[in-house]
Design a protein around this ligand. Structure first.
Ligand code: FES
Ligand code: FE2
Length: 451
């Protein structure tokens, strides 16, 4: 899919008329008129189980970047909600997403995180599956199972999968809409940085994995559009001058989309030309040619774009965040980050640097340094945020806290009419310090949980 495939008939930007109202259902302990989310959703086991059933079993879930499995036989193993899956490239080059569980008695079939295999042989009784999921070998099957045994009925359960600019998503829900429809108008904005090169995208350093002691929604909430915490939780980063252009004079918006996705974008105030800081200047004409004029307007002079693909994939683009070594080229960092809820209090995270596929190795390395220093597992942003998430978990299990002190999302309920600097889709709210995106995320979340 190319940037040019953005829907030309998309609705024009609106100015906040679809901001969610306060919760309809009375929330214990809530201030009347507040947008409040009960704390039990951040710590309860029953709520976590319901999330898996009501949200994770039905959503399109991100799993891997295509460049992690470039050759036939390449595979990685990942989580889809609570299910272990194998993401493999078959001998015919197709990407498959299959449950990593033998169809005989159910043993974990593939025990490695990454590898290359034409077949997976179960360690228990030796059933063997091809890398497209078909059952191909059953030890002594004629002798013990008889001639009528139908191997075709015992293939690995395969999910629907699809790829958007190199990003592999899957769902087990046959009734879910197609991926492109699920992403909807968010695609217009994702293409601004995923669609800059005709060569496509790359994840040159693969996936990084870490765990955090906290509820997954805190990450979704934070990445969905929390501009409010930046100068407080991350004040040290600003004081040390590590934020580059993000510390300058900016203007910003929060945008909400169908299916619960959100995005927050900032640019250098008053940008009037097509400029793409963080990208090599000799590639600017290509960027301009590949993006639509409206996308160029939106992306030009960008200082940060971040948001979520509902429910559990975050993205952040920072064009020139600083922190790289003298002599390194300016390089835009794009990180995708997945947060899998392995329990109400434990989140398994994976993150990827995603770059244009054909940019120079030095450019990719510079972007990688920025990612590791700013948003890697031990980077200053993450240290600040994870500590807050851990402290929230620490108190959210308290009985009185859980039942009487809901989380509050009232920031910037009222939005003045606003004319954005670009003509783009979604519900565009003209303030980048707002909780409108969090309200959108939690409203979608609660809709699905209470269905
Ligand atoms: S459990 Fe896999 S072959 Fe028996
Ligand atoms: Fe943060």
């Amino acid at each position: 899919m190319t940037a040019a495939e953005s829907d030309p008939d998309r609705p024009r930007a609106r100015t906040g008329e679809r901001d969610r109202p306060m919760s309809d259902a009375p929330t214990p302990g809530a201030v009347p008129g507040s947008f409040a989310v009960p704390r039990r959703y951040f710590a309860g086991k029953a709520e976590w189980e319901r999330e898996i059933e009501s949200i994770f079993r039905h959503s399109w879930l991100f799993l891997a970047h295509e460049s992690e499995i470039p050759e036939p036989g390449d595979y990685v193993t990942r989580l889809m909600g609570t299910d272990q899956v194998i993401v493999s490239r078959s001998e015919s080059g197709q990407v498959q997403v299959m449950l990593n569980s033998c169809t005989h008695r159910g043993t974990l079939l593939c025990k490695a995180d990454v590898g290359n295999a034409s077949h997976f042989r179960c360690g228990y009784h030796g059933w063997t599956f091809a890398n497209d999921g078909k059952l191909t070998g059953v030890p002594r099957h004629r002798e013990l199972y008889g001639r009528d045994f139908d191997k075709a009925a015992f293939g690995l359960r395969t999910a629907r999968s699809d790829i958007f600019h190199g990003l592999i998503f899957a769902t087990f829900d046959a009734d879910q809409v197609e991926l492109r429809e699920y992403l909807g108008d968010l695609a217009f904005y994702l293409e601004c940085f995923l669609g800059v090169s005709a060569a496509g995208t790359d994840a040159p350093y693969g996936a990084f994995r870490f765990n955090h002691q906290g509820n997954w929604k805190l990450e979704a909430d934070n990445f969905s559009g929390d501009g409010y915490h930046l100068r407080h939780a991350h004040r040290a980063g600003f004081d040390l001058g590590l934020m580059g252009t993000q510390a300058g004079t900016t203007e910003g918006v929060c945008i909400q989309f169908e299916h619960g996705h959100t995005l927050r974008a900032q640019r250098t105030a008053g940008t009037s030309e097509a400029v793409f800081p963080g990208y090599p200047e000799d590639r600017w004409p290509e960027i301009q040619a590949r993006l639509s004029p409206d996308q160029v307007d939106m992306f030009s002079g960008s200082t940060v774009v971040h948001g979520i693909v509902f429910p559990n994939l975050a993205f952040i683009h920072t064009p020139r965040a600083g922190g790289f070594d003298p002599g390194d080229p300016d390089a835009a960092m794009v990180q995708f980050r997945l947060f899998n809820p392995v329990g109400p209090d434990h989140t398994d995270e994976l993150c990827w640097l995603v770059t244009p596929a054909d940019y120079a190795p030095e450019w990719k390395e510079s972007a990688f340094k920025t990612m590791q220093r700013q948003h890697g597992a031990t980077a200053f942003f993450e240290s600040d945020d994870m500590e807050n998430f851990r402290r929230m978990l620490q108190v959210n299990t308290g009985a009185e806290t859980r039942d009487r002190i809901p989380a509050n999302f009232d920031l910037a309920h009222d939005h003045a009419p606003y004319e954005p600097w670009f003509d783009g889709p979604g519900n565009v709210v003209g303030t980048d310090i707002s909780e409108v995106n969090q309200r959108w995320f939690y409203a979608r979340y609660l809709d699905l949980m209470e269905d």
